[in-house]
Design a protein around this ligand. Structure first.
Ligand SMILES: *[C@@H]1O[C@H](CO)[C@@H](O)[C@H](O)[C@H]1NC(C)=O
Ligand SMILES: *[C@@H]1O[C@H](CO)[C@@H](O)[C@H](O)[C@H]1NC(C)=O
Length: 394
C-alpha cells in the first residue's frame, strides 16, 4: 500500500491538521471498538462460565492422541501449576489435577485470579496408604506481611491411622486459631468435597456440605475480619515429616514415593478481584443475585456443627490454656457462650468410620502438632475423649 508522501512542501497547515483530526477520530473509533469488543468477549466468557455448570459436561470417548491437545477444562482455565515441575499435572482434558511428592520435591498449584469473597468447592482425594510425613494443603491466602488466610491442611498418617484435618484462620497477619478434626470417612478412598464459604458476614468450612467450622465477622468486638484483601486459592503437597505425623516421630517412607493427591470438580461462585481497577466483579452486580454473599449458618446447622465438633474436634485453640495462658482471642468467648455441654451423643444415625479406633489414646498422648514445627503439649483431648464414638451425621 502506498502512503502519501510526508514531504509535501505545498501542504497547508490547515490541511495537515484536518488529516490529523481524521486520524485521531479514526483512532478513537478504533479504540472504542476494541474496548467494546473486549468487554463483549469478557461478558460472553463470564456467561459461559456461569452457565457452564448447568450443562452436562461432554464426554470424550476417544483417548486417541487426536485430542491430546484438548486441555481446556476447568483446571486449565482457573489454575496454574506453580511448582514441582512435572510433579503437578493436569489430566483428563483439564478435569483432573494431580500433585505428587518425591524425595526431591513436592508440588503445588494456585488460582490465576484473586477473589474477594467466594463460595468455593473442590473435591480432593488424599495420599492413600502410608501417608505419614506428608501434608496436603488447600487454602486461600492474600499476600504480604499482614495477610489473610483460611486453611485446610491434611496431615498424613501411617497406614490405618486417621488423617488429621487441620484448619486455621489468619486475619491481618495473625493466625493462632487452629482447630483440628478427624474425619468421619477415609479421605483416601474416594473424592470428598471441601468448601469455603467466605462472605462479609462469616467464613464457614464444610466437608461434603457439612459445616465443621465457623468464623464470624466479629469486628464489633475488635477481631479483624478478612474483608479487604483479595485472596488466591492455593494447594500443595509436601514433606513435613519433622513435625506433621505424631509430632514428627513417624517419618516419610520414601520407598513408597511418589505420593499423589488428586483434585477434581472445582466449582466456585466468587467475586473476582481486578488488580488493575482495584474493584471486585461483585461491586457492579445486584447483590441479590449472589445469595451466598449473605449466607450464614442458621441456628439448626450451627447446633449440628457443634455436635459434630464434640465428636471429631481433636484440638481447639480456644481451649488451650497451656498455649494461651492469658486466654485465647476474644472470638472464643463468643463461640463458647452458648456451647451445649450436655450429652448429645444419642441421636441420629451412624456413619461407619475409618477412625473408629483412633481415639483410644489417652489424654497425655501428646500428639499435638498445632504449631507447625513446634510441637507443644496441650489439653487437646480433654473435650474429645469420646472413645470409639463414630460420627453421627444426618
Ligand atoms: C495419626 O494417628 C495417631 C494414632 O491414631 C493419632 O494420635 C494422630 O493424631 C494421627 N494424626 C497425626 C497427624 O499424627
Ligand atoms: C461436582 O460439584 C457440584 C457442585 O459442587 C456437585 O453438585 C456435583 O455433584 C459434583 N460432581 C461430582 C461428580 O461429584
Amino acid at each position: 500500500m502506498a502512503y502519501p508522501s510526508r514531504n509535501q512542501p505545498n501542504q497547508t497547515r490547515s490541511r495537515s491538521s484536518v488529516h490529523y483530526l481524521i486520524l485521531i477520530a479514526f483512532a478513537a473509533v478504533l479504540v472504542f471498538k476494541v474496548d467494546v469488543l473486549i468487554s463483549q468477549s469478557i461478558f460472553a466468557a463470564r456467561r459461559r462460565v456461569s452457565t457452564a455448570r448447568r450443562f452436562v459436561r461432554p464426554t470424550y470417548h476417544s483417548t486417541s492422541s487426536s485430542i491430546t491437545g484438548f486441555t481446556h477444562g476447568t483446571f486449565n482455565r482457573h489454575f496454574i501449576l506453580s511448582w514441582g515441575e512435572e510433579r503437578a499435572k493436569i489430566q483428563e482434558h483439564g478435569e483432573l489435577l494431580t500433585l505428587s511428592l518425591d524425595r526431591k520435591s513436592g508440588s503445588g498449584f494456585e488460582s490465576k485470579k484473586e477473589y474477594l469473597f467466594g463460595k468455593i468447592d473442590m473435591q480432593i482425594k488424599l495420599v492413600p496408604g502410608n501417608s505419614a510425613g506428608t501434608v496436603t494443603t488447600y487454602y486461600l491466602s492474600s499476600e504480604g506481611s499482614t495477610h489473610d488466610e483460611i486453611d485446610f491442611e491434611f496431615l498424613g498418617n501411617s497406614t490405618g491411622n486417621p488423617y488429621t484435618l487441620h484448619t486455621n484462620v489468619f486475619s491481618q497477619g495473625k493466625g493462632n486459631r487452629e482447630q483440628q478434626f478427624f474425619l468421619w470417612f477415609d479421605p483416601t478412598e474416594d473424592f470428598h468435597t471441601y468448601s469455603f464459604l467466605w462472605n462479609p458476614k462469616c467464613i464457614v468450612l464444610s466437608v461434603d456440605g457439612i459445616p465443621i467450622r465457623e468464623f464470624k465477622n466479629m469486628e464489633s468486638i475488635g477481631v479483624p475480619y478478612l474483608k479487604d484483601q483479595p485472596m488466591r486459592i492455593y494447594s500443595s503437597l509436601w514433606n513435613a515429616d519433622e513435625w506433621a505425623t505424631q509430632h514428627g516421630l513417624v517419618k516419610t517412607d520414601w520407598s513408597l514415593a511418589p505420593f499423589t493427591a488428586s483434585y477434581r470438580n472445582f466449582s466456585a461462585e466468587a467475586c473476582i478481584w481486578s488488580p488493575r481497577t482495584r474493584k471486585s466483579s461483585c461491586d457492579s452486580t445486584d447483590p441479590k443475585a449472589n445469595s451466598w454473599l449473605t449466607e450464614e449458618l442458621d441456628s439448626k446447622s450451627r447446633e449440628k456443627m457443634k455436635k459434630l465438633q464434640q465428636k471429631l474436634m481433636v484440638y481447639n485453640y480456644c481451649e488451650d490454656p497451656w498455649r494461651f495462658p492469658e486466654g485465647p482471642g476474644p472470638e472464643c468467648a463468643i463461640k463458647t457462650k452458648n456451647n451445649d455441654k450436655s450429652n448429645t451423643d444419642t441421636d441420629t444415625n451412624t456413619i461407619s468410620s475409618s477412625i473408629t479406633n483412633s481415639k483410644n489414646n489417652n489424654n497425655n498422648n501428646n500428639n499435638n502438632n498445632i504449631v507447625a514445627r513446634k510441637p507443644r503439649r496441650s489439653r487437646r483431648r480433654s473435650r474429645s475423649k469420646g472413645g470409639n464414638k463414630v460420627a453421627q451425621i444426618n
